[in-house]
Structure formats: structure tokens, C-alpha cells
Design a protein around this ligand. Structure first.
Ligand code: SF4
Length: 479
């Protein structure tokens, strides 16, 4: 199926061409045949992995004659791809299910399905608790969806939450939903073998398994041929990607995979997420430095700046180890931007340990961070072993202090870019004005600049930064 020295064309050829162009139902069927095509509506929540999975789901349903629609009221099948990372995420899902119920009242026969991590965490309980739910499908069981829809249509219990050790959906080419036609996600692995004590992912997404490297390169080549100019390689912990060639036994590490995708075409930018400080290697950093089209940006969650808390979180590294990784990144790529994930108020965290986290934000000089306060998740190691003893108002106050500091650090980080010129990939119109374009530089910073004739999304331009806020750079075209 894959030869080892694939050309761009031969790589792309392995991908199914039927999934091109705008996929959404135009709402008004062109032909009788199209008229009676069944429609599905899907909402996705949580991490990029979930949004990428929804495109796999769309592809599987498309294969059996469904077309996606943006109109919930017009759908025969309403799906919600869920997140379980915090209590709030599940509350959001329960509220959406109430909305779906009203549609179902008006359109009897409409089926409602819950996908993703909440489906995996709650399993059959969801069917008991939420009477309006017709099918429950875990992240590794999406191939079974068409059969489960039939089971539900027959009024029987439709559930599959089996977690696989092999499933990577490598042979399924995603149906790009709501795509800007410029940037796309490519899932390279599934599951996570780490057991961070606060995290549900190992229970909802199972053990780690890496996807065939050539199928990943083929998908990147196909996307390039279709006009995409940036791919983000996705995994819970991309640094532990490892795939063995079934015939040659050759081991493909994450650094090797990065190189394979970077070699698809110099105009195809490569990003990746999420890294784990214990697994990121110098080999990855030198590979990033060697290819201009591998973006100089790393998302490196720290979670806490204090070693005792990191140990309680079972993050398998301490403050010093993390700082060494950050130093290494800046040594090998001085212009690299680093972002992070931070949890405030983890079990037994003291004020002094909280200040360690504040000091880490300052020292690591993050360009931005995703910041939350600790939300105990049922079934996790922390929920079983530790008391959630930091009062809510203290969690919230500490989170506010981290957010305030991070905004100051992001502002300084962006202010330092004023006067510099960056290569920017145009992604579309600015959110604020259709007289301006938005796009990102290699450091994953959004830049807004006035339009000029002949330019369109998917083109690279040179932009000199003239001003900056903590979230956005503003600039002028130089070419
Ligand atoms: S690395 Fe830790 S936080 Fe990330 S998905 Fe795995 S268990 Fe969860």
C-alpha cells in the first residue's frame, strides 16, 4: 500500500478523493436521490483530538449515505462529541441534551447520540440517566456507528464503549468539517499511557497506540495537494509516538515522523500538540531547528511549578527537570515560543507552592497558557487518594493571579515582536474587519494586517509588527 520513497503525488493518491470540497448539505437537495439522503448534525467539545474525531465520524457516516447538516432541526441523527476533563464540560453536555430533546419532540424519529469521553466515562449509565439518548459510542467504537444507528432505530439499546489497543482509524480519511481550507488536524496516535492523577483521559481513551507513519505522510500530502498549507499532528502525548514498520521492523520515532511530514513540501507548515516534558527529546528539537516549515512553537504543559505537587499529580518530572527542558528548547531554538497548561489549587497545594507556579510562568516566559482550577474527576487516582481540600474561593483567587500574571507575560512577549517581520500564513479575514486578514507566524501568534490586492487565504506573506496586545499582533505587509 505504501512504498518507502513516496513522491508527493503517489502519497496523495492513496487518499480517497471522494471527500473533497464543502461537505455540508446545501439544505436544498439537487436530486431526488440526494433528497432522501439522511442528514446528521454534530457538535464537538473539548480538545483538538475530539474535533479531529468528529471528522472521522463524519467520514464513516458519509460512507453509508449520510450528509452533514448545520441545521439541527433538519437532522435525522443528532450527535454530540463530548469532553470529560472537568465537571463543567459535562454540565455543558447535559444542557445541550435538553436542547436536542426539544428538537426530538418536534421531529419524532430523530436519534440522539453521545460520543467521546463522557460516553466512555459513563457508559450505560448515560442511557439510564438521560432517557432522550438513543446511542452511546466511545472514542474507539466509531466504526460501529452505522450498525448502532440501526439498532437504535429498532428501539433497542445501542451502545459500544469498547476501548481498543489497535484502533487508529488510519484507513479512514477525515471529512473536513467547518474547514478554512488552509489548516487541518492529523491525528497520529490515540490514548495515553501516562497516569496523571487528575486526568480521566487514560480511562476514556485507553492505552497509547501510534498510527502507521506512511498513512500520516499520505494524509499530509493529500491535504497539501488540496490547497492546505498547515497541518497539526495531534496526540495526547505526541513525543511518545513510536511506530514499527510491519515488514522492515524499522522504528519510526516522533522526530522521524516530523521529518517525514516536513519533507512532504517546504510550503506545508507542520505543528504538533501535545508534548510531555518527560518525553520530549533533543532529537525532536534538532529536527524542528533543521526544517524552516516545522513551526517554532511547542505546547509544553507544566500543570504546576512545584515539585511536591508535581509528584502528587504523578507527572513523573519535577520543577528542575521541566526547567532543563525549557532551557534546552531556548538553547536550540532561541526564537521558539512555548505555551503551557496550568492547574491551580490541586489537592493540598499551599500558598508557597502556588507562588512556585507563578514564578514558573514568569521564568519560562510562556507566550500563552490554558489555565484552570482543579476539578476532581470521579475514578481518577487523585479522587481515590487525595482530598480535594483547597477551598473553591482560594482555587479561584489563585487561578485569577495566574491568569493576570500570564497576561502580563504574554503582553511583554508580544511587545518584543514590535518592529520584527514575520512570515505569516493567511488563514482568513480578521474577526473584527473584512478589510484585514488574520494569520499566524511560526510561533503560533495571531497577526492581523490590512488586506492588499491579489492575496487570499493559503498564501504566505511578510508582515512587520507595528503594535501588540497580550493576545494579538498587529502589522503591515512588507512585500
Ligand atoms: S499526559 Fe497526563 S494529562 Fe495528558 S492526557 Fe495523559 S494522563 Fe492526561
Amino acid at each position: 500500500m505504501y512504498n518507502d520513497n513516496p513522491t508527493l503525488e503517489s502519497l496523495a493518491k492513496t487518499i480517497d478523493e471522494s471527500k473533497q470540497g464543502s461537505v455540508y448539505d446545501r439544505g436544498h437537495p439537487e436530486s431526488a436521490e440526494e433528497g432522501d439522503r439522511r442528514r446528521f448534525y454534530i457538535e464537538s467539545y473539548g480538545c483538538q483530538m475530539n474535533f479531529s474525531d468528529s471528522e472521522i465520524v463524519a467520514s464513516i457516516l458519509h460512507e453509508v449515505g449520510y450528509v452533514p447538516t448545520r441545521e439541527m432541526e433538519a437532522a435525522d441523527l443528532i450527535l454530540i462529541n463530548t469532553c470529560s476533563i472537568r465537571e463543567k464540560a459535562e454540565e455543558t453536555v447535559r444542557k445541550r441534551l435538553q436542547v436536542f430533546d426539544r428538537v426530538k419532540q418536534q421531529r419524532p424519529g430523530t436519534l440522539v447520540g453521545v460520543l467521546g469521553c463522557m460516553a466512555e466515562r459513563l457508559k450505560g449509565k448515560l442511557l439510564e440517566e438521560e432517557k432522550l439518548v438513543d446511542l452511546v459510542v466511545g472514542p474507539d467504537a466509531y466504526r460501529d456507528l452505522p450498525k448502532l444507528v440501526h439498532t437504535a432505530q429498532d428501539g433497542e439499546e445501542a451502545i459500544n464503549v469498547f476501548l481498543s489497543r489497535e484502533e487508529t482509524y488510519a484507513d479512514i480519511s477525515p471529512l473536513r468539517l467547518d474547514s478554512n481550507g488552509v489548516t487541518a488536524f492529523i491525528s497520529i496516535m490515540r490514548g495515553c499511557d501516562n497516569m496523571c492523577s487528575f486526568c480521566v483521559v487514560p480511562f476514556t481513551r485507553g492505552r497509547e497506540r501510534s498510527r502507521n507513519a506512511f498513512s500520516i505522510a499520505a494524509e499530509a500530502a493529500d491535504l497539501y495537494q488540496r490547497g492546505y498549507r498547515e497541518v497539526t499532528l495531534l496526540g495526547q502525548n505526541v513525543d511518545s509516538y513510536k511506530w514499527e514498520h510491519p515488514d522492515t521492523g524499522e522504528l519510526v520515532s516522533f522526530a522521524k515522523l516530523l521529518e517525514m511530514v516536513a519533507q512532504v513540501h517546504p510550503d506545508l507548515r507542520v505543528r504538533f500538540s501535545t508534548s510531555h516534558p518527560k518525553d520530549i527529546t533533543d532529537e525532536v528539537l534538532y529536527t524542528m531547528a533543521a526544517y524552516e516549515n516545522i513551526c517554532k512553537y511547542i505546547h509544553l504543559p507544566v500543570q504546576s511549578g512545584n515539585s511536591r505537587i508535581l509528584e502528587r499529580m504523578n507527572r513523573t518530572y519535577d520543577r528542575e527537570w521541566y526547567m532543563d527542558k525549557v532551557r534546552r528548547i531556548y538553547e536550540i531554538m532561541p526564537d521558539c515560543a512555548i505555551s503551557s497548561d496550568i492547574i491551580a489549587g490541586f489537592c493540598s497545594e499551599t500558598e508557597e507552592e502556588h507562588r512556585d507556579t507563578l514564578r514558573m510562568v514568569e521564568w519560562a516566559n510562556y507566550s500563552m497558557s490554558y489555565m484552570f482550577y482543579y476539578s476532581e474527576r470521579p475514578g481518577t487516582l487523585a479522587a481515590r487518594k487525595y482530598e480535594d481540600d483547597v477551598p473553591l474561593e482560594v482555587k479561584k483567587r489563585r487561578l485569577q493571579e495566574i491568569i493576570r500574571l500570564q497576561n502580563q507575560v504574554s503582553y511583554r512577549h508580544n511587545q518584543k515582536d514590535i518592529g520584527k517581520t514575520f512570515k505569516v500564513l493567511i488563514e482568513g479575514d480578521s474577526k473584527r474587519s473584512d478589510q484585514a486578514f488574520r494569520g499566524r507566524n511560526s510561533q503560533n501568534k495571531m497577526i492581523v494586517f490590512p488586506k492588499a490586492g491579489g492575496l487570499k487565504p493559503g498564501m504566505y506573506v511578510q508582515v512587520r509588527v507595528t503594535d501588540a496586545t497580550s493576545a494579538t499582533l498587529m502589522g503591515q505587509l512588507t512585500t
